[in-house]
Write a protein that binds this ligand. Sequence first.
Ligand code: FAD
Ligand code: NAI
Length: 475
Amino acid sequence: MSKQFDVIVIGGGPGGYIAAIRAAQLGFSTACIDAWTNDKGGPALGGTCTNVGCIPSKALLQSSEHYEHAGHAFADHGIDVKGLGLNLEKMLGRKNTIVKQNNDGIVFLFKKNKVTSFLGLGSFVKAVDGGYEIKVAGKTEETIVGKHIIVATGSNARALPGTPFDEQLILSNDGALAMTEVPKKLGVIGAGVIGLEMGSVWRRLGAEVTVLEALPAFLGAVDEQIAKEAGKLFAKQGLSINLGVKIGDISASKKDVTVSYTDDKGNAQTGVFDKLIVSIGRTPNTNGLNVEGVGLKLDERGFVAVDGDCKTNLPNVWAIGDVVRGPMLAHKAEEEGVAVAERIAGQHGHVNFNTIPWVIYTSPEIAWVGRTEQQLKADGVAYKAGTFPFMANGRARALGDTSGMVKFLADAKTDEILGVHIVGPMASELISEAVVAMEFRASAEDIARICHAHPSLSEATKEAALAVDKRSLNF
Ligand code: FAD
Ligand code: NAI
């Protein structure tokens, strides 16, 4: 007889593994099926985020930033670095170790919470009395039954039509995180989050980076003022970002890739690169799930169709994370995972889509929550804005990183915070205060009246809130 579970989660990324842990905490017998394997053929839990996404990219961003600082910024602090060298093999090894620590951490958490882990590809077989039969195809094949199924199968990098990834010359995020030599010339198609983060890593390590972006505006989802400031800073660093391009033919020889494109003025251009990263978005991963077999509905873009509560068209089948609508972010996937487990338990799991923070981990970092100035204008909302530059912040000066600003947008009448946008040092950490404030529907005045430690970068947040009422103290 097949093993029976209250909850079976398909996919062990940040959405799936967190959903499994929360379901187990709530007293459900829970299984999590994940297909990702390490180089020894064992489980590598954590999905895209842990294996080829958030974690390894941040490890390389940190290492490459240290390298760049040692080469330039340390001199300003009176620290002379002689004989600076790059040991890329060691840098990549460190990244791999961090990935493995995270993989192993999830194995430990599954044991601690009594989640049964299956290594293999999960697929629907059929609906049965009391749930669904799920096939696990790993080294062996077995069938298990779950009363509730949570689909958390994530996403894959989108290739350009006719240009598949070979991960040698034409790279997705997988290859972009594993180059064993710094390319002399690196091409990047797509100036989105991956393009900017990966472009930054390899530029800092010595590559000449050319980014080719189809849209005429830089970082269209980001507040315009912040995007403009970031664009200036990236250009100063030597990241060549070309907007409004139209990609034509791409051909790879044994040693390089040639990209034909037209620039924003309509002129034909050719770029020859040692490596090419294609980062033009990601597609939901429903491969091998046998959605047709059970009639699980997908939307017109291939995502599993869900309602606001992550319910699919099938009873007791839920879907979360990158495989459903909404931002493709690890923390969004996690929140949905917790909320679904709690809904299965009859509780009122909740995800507030208005307060999901975004961070781009470049230097300076870019982080935001809530609406941008252009969105407020489009929505016809009357608002007040306040900004404060890090240049006027004592801690930023002490750090030697005074680029960027904090920007507050608040309702003109009620002063409720509608959006907070940061480009600058530690924006990824600073944004949390804004998220908490917005979650509690605070006003800009609330933040302006809270005592912030001195000297700290967070004082720039307070000052930007004061600036909403035109009473900044230090600028
Ligand atoms: P995934 O993490 O994709 O996990 C899905 C899992 O399901 C995988 O392990 C897959 O092998 C498995 N699977 C798929 N199909 C099956 C099946 N049929 N049976 C069994 N297992 C299956 N987000 C952030 O918030 N912050 C960041 O800094 C960040 N950096 C990123 C950097 C890069 C380079 C990339 C590519 C992404 C980054 N993201 C970041 C996005 C983040 O990785 C995703 O939003 C997140 O991983 C989505 O989680 P998920 O659980 O939905 O899916
Ligand atoms: P993206 O959606 O962030 O950016 C893709 C860019 O490619 C866009 O600017 C788009 O206009 C451009 N583009 C699309 N087609 C093109 C074409 N044919 N020619 C030229 N440009 C083209 O996607 P990206 O960078 O691939 O990342 C995928 C997702 O992964 C992100 O949207 C994000 O959700 C997640 N992610 C999150 C990170 C974080 O939170 N720090 C880091 C990395 C990824």
